[in-house]
Design a protein around this ligand. Structure first.
Ligand code: TTP
Length: 698
């Protein structure tokens, strides 16, 4: 790694007092007057989350509440964030952010949306095409009306440093990089002007050779200004710049640097040898930090106009804190309702499906943003009730006292739900979808099927939502995972995604069969038929399967589900599904009906000439064949199924919330199996366990 290698031209564009600007656009007569946006809660006028620059000039800050702002400035307008389902409704701010992104994208640059009101752009390619033949005289100072150059400002006659910089560019020893930054500054002036023209919003920007420098340059001159941070000015600038203000160093890593290694500025880190940094953190982080402190950051701008996650959270402070399962359940339902609605919209607009649902909890007394985070697989259905139940199950499993709605020993002060791990809707289902669609044309409405398949993909921009809720104090959550260190894994549990899919699928089948066993699905033949015409391929097959009333026990149903699958009657060749057996996609495999999956596994086995060797094992309960790595997870499922069956036979002693645990398979980074020891437990012991304890710590 070295400093010389990075000659990209990156900008960070950040909207000025964004929420206030959105409100001002709706109320043009108020433009130019001091104003703030306050959170929806009314106590003391509500917490301020955005302050315009007129109000800032009069002493109003974001740390104040609405009433204090009015004391400072009686004319200050207080806009209130709209409310829906008892929480903030950020739709109009998100939509405003999307408009801005659309303008940026129209310039042919690579855009990475970084939060509700900011985005990185990589202009390198565009600039490199313009570069040949540029001369300093060709650049007019008027093209840079709002640009400042760090290190070149001259308080007397060149406050912004533009003249000094242009003069330097005309010298012979001036390098390409300086030129590129200059051209980048001209382009960003144009982009910002276009944003204003098309949306009416003002913004500021930072221009530099990488994301970290661009981000910190952006904050130097605001509002409606842009700042170039040339690489040659970085070291000087870093001698006073507090490290806690640097991207990726605001959190735990920054705290360790400050408290343990006594660094307060970026330059302080440069005095620590790389080896020491590697020893204190780890090799990768140490090296990264070593260069980071020298202004080097290779993090690419990844083209991303869509959010990586869709979620919302809510704080419950003081008397509003959640101290019963009932309250937690209620708010999880509210949060899941919002997430589900936005996911559906996202699926329609962006043709993608979220595969992971993450629930975050902060407990009373905890100063961290979140006390714990748990992830569970999310199935193709965005059913808000099922999502909420799954979330409740994983939240409550952490609680040492899980007695229904009894007072619980811990109190929740923040709850968050977010969906992530998006996959292309077609990509995820295409192979299997087309495969089944072809085979079942007589089952589904062929006209409808054709229409669905021929419909063009409407890929529109989605919304990026890091500021999930006004009350959320933790910004830039996604930045956490950019740090190349284990430290970022502290609160985030990575999914063992493929393996989880297998057991999640089993859970899903189990749940469906449970519904069938209870007779719930039998009266809905017509409804299911209607649904089925809307769905294609595998999903349609699931709907059809649901229509068949079965009255077996749940586990029997799972084992026998292949007998009721209408596709059983059709013969498919394994090659039709997986033309290359060396590249079998586990996700697709997990979606197959059991008999087909068995065929695929057998085909792989014989292809590898491993027949009879220990690569696959047969489950002695359902006689299905599994990859060796899958069997443990699969066994867990049988135990869960058994417990659930017993649980549903017993009079309910616990919250009904636990009766439906479809999808509530906790995915953890460590492959610690919660059931490992319990599998050897006697039947009686198993019987005495509740479904909560199955998912609880073991
Ligand atoms: P910021 O970009 O941090 O702030 P801002 O746009 O209001 O002002 P500035 O000109 O200094 O950039 O946040 C963007 C929006 O995110 C902000 O308008 C309101 C919202 N927000 C919250 O909801 N809660 C918060 O704690 C913060 C800091 C912002």
């Amino acid at each position: 790694m070295n400093a010389e290698g990075d000659r990209r031209v990156i900008a960070l564009i950040d909207m000025d007092c964004f929420y206030v600007q959105v409100e001002e656009r709706e109320n043009p007569n108020n433009k130019g007057k001091p104003a703030c946006v306050v959170q929806y809660r009314k106590w003391k006028g509500g917490g301020i989350i955005s302050v315009n620059y007129e109000a800032r000039a009069l002493g109003v800050t974001r740390q104040m509440r609405g009433d204090e702002a009015r004391e400072k400035c009686p004319d200050c307008i207080l806009y209130r964030v709209p409310e829906r389902r008892g929480k903030a409704d950020l739709t109009k701010y998100r939509d405003g952010g999307k408009e801005v992104i659309d303008v940026m994208c129209s310039f042919g640059v690579c855009v990475e949306r970084a939060s509700i009101d900011e985005a990185y752009i990589d202009m390198t390619m565009v600039i490199e095409q313009t570069l040949p033949g540029c001369t300093a005289t060709a650049i007019n100072v008027e093209e840079l009306p709002n640009t400042h150059f760090v290190g070149w400002e001259n308080e007397t006659d060149d406050v912004k440093g533009v003249h000094g910089w242009l003069k330097a560019l005309s010298k012979e020893d001036c390098n390409d990089n300086d030129w590129k930054l200059m051209l980048g500054a001209v382009l960003v002036e144009k982009i910002r002007a276009a944003i204003y023209e098309k949306t009416g919003f003002r913004c500021s920007a930072g221009i530099a050779n990488n994301k970290m420098l661009a981000k910190l340059a952006c904050g130097i001159n605001k509002p409606n200004k842009q700042t170039v941070l040339p690489f040659t000015s970085v070291q000087d600038f870093f001698t006073t710049f507090p490290l806690k203000k640097v991207r990726n160093l605001g959190g735990k890593l920054g705290l360790t640097l400050r408290e343990e290694l006594l660094c307060t500025t970026m330059a302080d880190i440069t005095h620590i040898p790389e080896k020491i940094l590697q020893e204190r953190f780890d090799t990768k982080t140490g090296t990264w930090l070593y260069w980071y402190a020298r202004g080097v950051d290779h993090d690419p701008v990844s083209s991303r106009r869509l959010p990586k996650s869709i979620g919302c959270n809510k704080n419950f402070t003081g008397l509003a804190a959640l101290d019963s399962e009932e309250k937690i359940s209620h708010w999880l339902e509210e949060l899941c309702a919002e997430v589900s609605e936005r996911l559906e919209k996202d699926r329609e607009t962006n043709c993608r499906l979220a595969k992971l649902l993450t629930v975050t909890v902060r407990l009373e007394g905890d100063i961290r943003p979140y006390s714990y985070t748990r992830s569970i697989p999310l199935h193709s259905s965005y059913d808000k009730i099922r999502m909420a139940k799954s979330c409740l199950a994983v939240v409550m499993k952490e609680n040492p006292c899980k007695q229904g709605n009894a007072k619980i020993p811990w109190v929740v002060t923040c709850l968050g739900v977010s969906a992530s791990k998006f996959v292309d809707q077609l990509e995820s289902s295409s192979r299997i979808d087309h495969f089944f669609a072809a085979k079942q044309s007589t089952i589904l409405n062929p006209e409808k099927e054709k229409r669905v398949e021929e419909e063009p993909l409407h890929r529109k921009d989605g919304l990026y939502d890091l500021h999930a809720d006004q009350e959320d104090e933790e910004f830039g959550m996604e930045e956490i995972d950019k740090i190349p260190t284990e430290t970022n894994a502290v609160n985030i549990i990575e999914p063992e995604y493929h393996m989880a899919q297998i057991s999640a699928l089993s859970n899903e089948i189990f749940q469906e069969n449970k519904e069938k066993a209870s007779g719930a699905s039998s009266p809905c033949l017509n409804r299911e038929n209607n649904d089925s015409v809307k769905k294609t391929g595998f999903f349609a097959s699931r709907s059809l399967k649901k229509c068949v009333p079965i009255h077996h026990s749940s586990e029997e149903s799972i084992a026998q589900s292949s007998q009721v699958n209408p596709f059983n009657q059709t013969t498919f060749s394994v090659e039709e599904i997986f033309p290359d057996l060396n590249q079998v996609d586990m996700e697709t495999l997990a979606l197959l009906p059991p008999h087909l999956r068995r065929q695929v596994l057998q085909a792989i086995q014989s292809k590898q000439g491993n027949e009879g060797t220990a690569k696959f094992v047969v489950c002695d309960k359902c006689k299905e064949e599994f990859l060796k790595e899958e069997i443990e997870e699969h066994n867990d499922f049988h135990v869960a199924a058994e417990l659930q069956r017993e649980f549903s036979l017993q009079p309910s002693t616990s919250s009904s919330s636990f009766n439906n645990l479809e999808g509530a398979k906790v995915v953890k980074k460590s492959s610690k199996r919660p059931l490992k020891n319990q599998k050897n437990a006697t039947k009686d012991t198993k019987r005495s366990r509740t479904i909560e304890s199955f998912f609880g710590n073991s």
